[in-house]
Design a protein around this ligand. Structure first.
Ligand code: PSV
Ligand code: MN
Length: 429
């Protein structure tokens, strides 16, 4: 393996912080043991948690209005993998990268897989893209893709998804994530029933091309780029489609793809109940699909989502294996720093959810003791789990203070000397 940052730099920085960390970890351990919790057991479960990062998250995404690139930003999948490797080397919680095609196209995927392995990475879900036209593409997606009224367009979208599966097989992926931008801007623009029928018929052609050990993750989104209706608009449409397609089809919950204030944790619980919870795109939002950094706006909601996930882990109902992934647009930060901070926020919520006294919670729920049920969650939410996460990192070879080590590595400055500049223009969706 050939990791991008100097191991010596990480070890030296850790040596300066280690005494304080051991002290804080021991103090937290004593506090938790008073309520019967073994901190080392929690640490081991946190150590086995991971979340994938998106290849496209390594760049400054920008908004649809503008993109403000930074020097040293990656411009191809090879450079993106390097940056994802920096994130994982420091935090040790993001060993997989999710790819998006055709954005990440290369001529040799076997070589790409080896390149990733050399950086300590493997590949997560492949994401297809039928929401943009590509140069030289025979048919336009301007009126939809899998749900288009034009058969040749639907066929082109089906073939692209099948090509993504083929690429994913070479990369070692096991999930195909399908998000379509299909929808309408005007009432009456499309028949709301027939458009879903066309989508289902085309999606079933993709479904039958899945290898037996693959899943097709259907990602719903309420609006944007379509602003009146979207074909797979909500978790209702998503679960109905997944049920119709078959057992390998599951629903993917992108936290930003709901109406404001929707109870996402309840959606998570419902999807799990019916065996259809396939995965997540973590991010945060204030208004809509803002793609802000995970836990930056509503960390409590993220905790409540993880509370449901820990419940689901304990009660798997015949299967529980959701794919966890970050999907954010970093417009004003160094993307490596945003991914580090987001991975930390996500893992923290998982750790806090593990600290919930489940028997106290369930007993209070059964007794209709509202305040004590709420307090069971509140007690766990207010515990500072940072020492547990830092201890997991240091034991895995990562950094105690990820951001400070990243900054002292001068990674971005060094890359600014080596990488070609990114062009201006609008960002990604
Ligand atoms: C759509 O907004 C989305 O969340 C989908 O996951 C896309 O694949 C991704 O963003 C890429 O921009
Ligand atoms: Mn998404």
């Amino acid at each position: 393996m050939n990791l991008p940052l100097s191991e010596g730099l990480i070890a030296e920085a850790n040596a300066r912080e280690l005494y304080a960390l051991e002290d804080e970890y021991a103090a937290l351990g004593r506090k938790l043991s008073r309520t019967g919790i073994d901190i080392d057991a929690i640490k081991d479960r946190v150590a086995s948690f991971s979340v994938a990062v998106p290849s496209w998250g390594a760049g400054r995404g920008g908004t649809r209005f503008a993109k403000f690139p930074i020097s040293g930003e990656p411009t191809n999948i090879h450079e993106k993998l390097e940056d994802c490797a920096v994130v994982n080397q420091l935090c040790r919680a993001t060993p997989r990268v999710s790819t998006h095609f055709p954005w990440d196209k290369v001529s040799d995927y076997k070589a790409l897989r080896e390149e990733a392995a050399e950086l300590g990475l493997s590949f997560d879900a492949v994401n297809s893209n039928t929401f943009q036209d590509q140069p030289g593409q025979p048919y336009s997606y301007s009126s939809g893709s899998l749900s288009s009224t034009v058969e040749a367009v639907r066929q082109q979208a089906v073939e692209h998804n099948i090509e993504c599966i083929e690429i994913g097989r070479q990369l070692g992926s096991r999930d195909l994530t399908v998000w379509v931008g299909d929808g309408t801007n005007f009432p009456g623009q499309q028949d709301l029933v027939r458009s879903l029928d066309r989508y289902l018929e085309a999606a079933s052609q993709v479904y039958v091309a899945l290898p037996d050990d693959w899943r097709m993750l259907l990602e719903h989104k309420m609006f944007e780029p379509a602003f009146y209706s979207t074909v797979v608009s909500d978790w209702g449409s998503s679960i109905l489609a997944a049920q119709e397609l078959g057992p390998q089809a599951k629903c993917l919950v992108d936290l930003g793809h709901h109406a404001p204030n929707v109870n996402i944790e309840q959606i998570v619980a419902r999807l799990h109940r019916f065996g259809k919870l396939g995965g997540f795109h973590f991010n945060d939002s204030k208004y809509g699909d803002d793609d802000l950094d995970s836990g930056s706006i509503n960390p409590h909601q993220l905790f409540l989502v993880f509370n449901e996930l820990v419940e689901a882990e304990l009660n798997p109902l015949g299967g529980f294996n959701p794919s966890y992934m970050i999907d954010q647009s970093h417009n004003v930060t160094d993307p490596i720093e945003s991914m580090l901070s987001s991975a930390e926020a996500i893992t923290q919520c998982y750790a806090k959810a593990l600290l919930v006294d489940r028997s106290a919670l369930h007993a209070a729920q059964e007794a209709n003791d509202t305040m004590m049920a709420f307090q069971a969650l509140r007690r766990a939410y207010t515990i500072d789990v940072a020492p547990i996460l830092a201890k997991v990192r240091v034991e895995a070879g990562g950094a105690i203070d990820v951001l400070s080590v990243y900054r002292s590595s001068k990674w971005r400055d060094r890359k600014a000397q080596q990488r070609k500049a990114v062009g201006l223009g609008a960002g990604i969706v």
